[in-house]
Design a protein around this ligand. Structure first.
Ligand code: GYE
Length: 334
């Protein structure tokens, strides 16, 4: 297989690093191009997992996935919960560093505020893997500040929702309300981009309002209530996650609307409640975004410890759930 550009870059860095050492240059010269800290091969690892919040089934399923993996992967797991605060998440990582973790798995709540956590872990000699969300690539990069990002392609998720909507919307003109995820988070930025770019190419589709519901059910419901007053003619709701989609369904029903009949609800994740809403005919589609990162984390850290080169992005492939298959998957949903 031909080398990708990233692999080539990594190789060039290694060669450069080797040359620098061979010529006896000082460490300071080398550190400008230094790779993330290595991971020693050990029987047991002290593993840090810094969860950002636990206010929705997706987050709870992700944390559980790490706990469920701990024994089989020989982890002593330290898991924290930042309760929705990026500042607390940075402090949680500080405390894990002080406790001497060997490796950090970090889902950064927002793209910029979590950069200090990534940098401090590197400075402390701890390799970091970003899971499920990423940080601002202009400031911190895989293969340098952190090892790799394990997660979905959020732009593609938004694009797939838009394409499904174009194929399945029955009306003439789509009046779209978009409920965005947490402001400044990578899935909110990219799910908007993927969906909005496709819709911008279709004259019969108009996004009349786009507002954050912070990826939360209750906020999704409240924002939908407000937006419904300004846009009573809405006939498509695109929510960046299922929790906000369910909140929107509640708001619409309270206002006497019929989700699934006079308004099409489309979303991302694949939670149990969303699959049930699809089965019940209230929701049209949810593109999967899996929270089950524990086993992948175990596999990738094993490879890293063994000295294998890890791609900057370990991409998770996502399925799509509609009326055609929701009932087949609801039992495995969370
Ligand atoms: O869609 C959402 C969660 O970062 C991919 O965050 C994750 C998203 C997921 O709170 O439900």
């Amino acid at each position: 297989m031909p080398l990708t550009t990233v692999e080539e870059t990594t190789m060039k860095r290694r060669i450069l690093l080797g040359t620098a050492i061979a010529f006896g240059l000082g460490l300071s010269t080398v550190s400008a191009i230094a790779e993330p800290p290595p991971l020693a091969q050990k029987d047991r690892y002290k593993v840090g997992f810094s969860q950002m919040e636990s206010n929705n089934p997706w987050r709870i399923a992700e944390t559980k996935s790490f706990h469920d993996t701990a024994e089989a992967c020989n982890w002593d797991l330290i898991a924290t919960d930042a309760a929705g605060s990026a500042a607390k998440q940075v402090a949680d990582v500080d405390s894990m560093i002080a406790q001497g973790i060997d490796i950090l798995f970090l889902p950064p709540r927002e793209e910029k505020p979590l950069i200090p956590a990534v940098m401090k872990a590197k400075a402390a000699g701890i390799p970091t893997f970003l899971v499920d969300r990423s940080v601002d690539p202009a400031v911190a990069q895989a293969g340098e500040h952190y090892v790799s990002f394990l997660g979905s392609d959020f732009i593609d998720q938004g694009k797939r929702v838009a394409e499904w909507t174009l194929e399945n919307f029955k009306g003439e003109k789509g009046i779209i309300v978009e409920l965005e995820g947490t402001t400044g988070s990578s899935p909110a930025n990219d799910r908007a981009k993927g969906f909005d770019d496709v819709m911008a190419q279709h004259d019969n589709m108009e996004i009349v309002a786009s507002q954050t519901g912070d990826f939360a059910r209750d906020m999704g419901r409240q924002v939908m209530e407000t937006l419904l007053q300004a846009h009573p003619d809405v006939n498509i709701v695109y929510a960046h996650n299922d929790e906000m989609a369910i909140g929107a369904i509640q708001a619409l029903e309270l206002a006497g609307r019929k989700p699934g009949e006079d308004v099409l609800i489309v979303s991302i994740d694949g939670t149990r409640d969303a699959l049930q809403a699809i089965i019940d005919g209230k929701m049209g589609v949810t593109v999967e975004s899996s929270p089950f990162f524990g086993p992948l984390a175990c596999e990738i850290m094993g490879k890293y410890a063994a000295g294998e080169s890890i791609p900057p992005w370990v991409k998770v492939e996502d399925r799509i759930f509609t009326k055609a298959n929701a009932a087949d998957h609801i039992d495995e949903a969370y």
